[in-house]
Design a protein around this ligand. Structure first.
Ligand code: G4P
Length: 285
């Protein structure tokens, strides 16, 4: 495939980075959200250099849509590298009860450092960052809860100032997340981001995206692909596309297959994890 050459608003990128750098000056702990289906592709290449020595917690969101075997491998890898990492399903609730304990774990060294300097009872300031649509707002709502105090939301606080949400008396969470730009280091990364709905699939040629998705599923999740569309054979991608068309009723009046419709139906299924719990970045072994 030719280079897809996607640019994610390069102008915005510089501004986003500047704003993020400013906010990070206030922050003790960064919570980086990634999509559990694409832990590599949904990471931001520049984040670690922006964060520097600050403490970090990696949260893999949408674990309900990802292959649990793969998710475990990624979590193990992060932990082996000394990072704190947790996978969560923010909608179904799986592991959400562990988020606050993990925040505590990830900030323990800050509290220890402060204690040595005689600083006690100072709140840990937290910021959530991640690429668009990864689950940042859902995450903030989940941990802020209804009873949390919106400490900055008082008369006299100007609109542009930061609003902090108080959690457990120990933590202050910035109510606006940092939006990171995804990395487009290769066509494959862009395709994976599009399959998971992290970038608009209109940005990419829809047929190529479908062929890539089918190729990937054929290789790694053949049984799920077969089961979803009642396919007998996975030999020929064109035949598979035609079968999906028949299965999903993407036909024109004369019974001819409406290919545009097939691509859209298939990509919708992938994005909504209708084919199954599938990971599009993976670790072998
Ligand atoms: P953002 O602030 O990072 O942009 O993301 P946001 O919280 O708005 O979440 C984007 C979509 O992802 C939402 O669906 C949300 O419900 C869904 N989502 C977030 N976390 C999880 C998770 O752990 N599991 C599942 N299954 N879904 C999750 P939405 O409002 O329906 O938006 P969309 O899907 O139409 O984009």
């Amino acid at each position: 495939m030719e280079n897809l050459n996607i640019n994610w608003f390069p102008g915005h990128m510089a501004k986003t980075r500047r704003e993020l750098q400013e906010k990070l000056k206030l922050i003790d702990l960064v919570i980086e959200l990634r999509d559990a289906r694409i832990p590599d592709s949904s990471a931001n290449p520049m984040l670690n250099s922006l964060i520097g020595e600050k403490n970090k917690l990696i949260i893999l969101c949408k674990s309900d849509m990802a292959d649990p075997v793969q998710t475990k491998k990624f979590i193990n890898e992060y932990e082996a590298g000394g990072a704190f990492a947790l996978d969560v399903d923010l909608v179904g609730g799986k592991n959400c009860n562990l988020i606050k304990p993990y925040i505590k774990k990830a900030s323990a060294s800050i509290i220890e450092r402060r204690q040595k300097k005689g600083i006690i009872n100072k709140e840990i300031k937290i910021m959530v960052v991640g690429i668009p649509n990864v689950g940042k707002s859902t995450f903030i709502n989940k941990i802020a809860g209804k009873k949390s105090l919106n400490t900055g939301n008082k008369p006299g606080v100007t609109k542009n100032s930061n609003i902090w949400i108080k959690i457990n008396n120990e933590f202050l969470l910035l109510d606006t997340p940092g939006i990171l730009w995804p990395k487009f280091e290769s066509n494959d990364v862009a395709l994976r981001l599009a399959l998971c709905g992290s970038i608009k699939d209109e940005l990419l040629p829809i047929r190529e995206l479908t062929v890539f998705g089918i190729g990937y599923l054929k290789e790694y999740y053949p049984d799920l692909l077969k089961a979803r569309y009642r396919l007998e054979s996975l030999e020929n991608t064109e035949d598979i596309i035609a079968e999906i068309g028949k299965n999903r009723g993407c036909l024109r009046k004369g019974g001819e297959i409406d290919y545009e419709k097939v691509y859209k139906a298939f990509l919708q299924d992938v994005k909504n994890a209708k084919i199954g719990a599938i990971s599009y970045d993976r670790r072998e072994g």
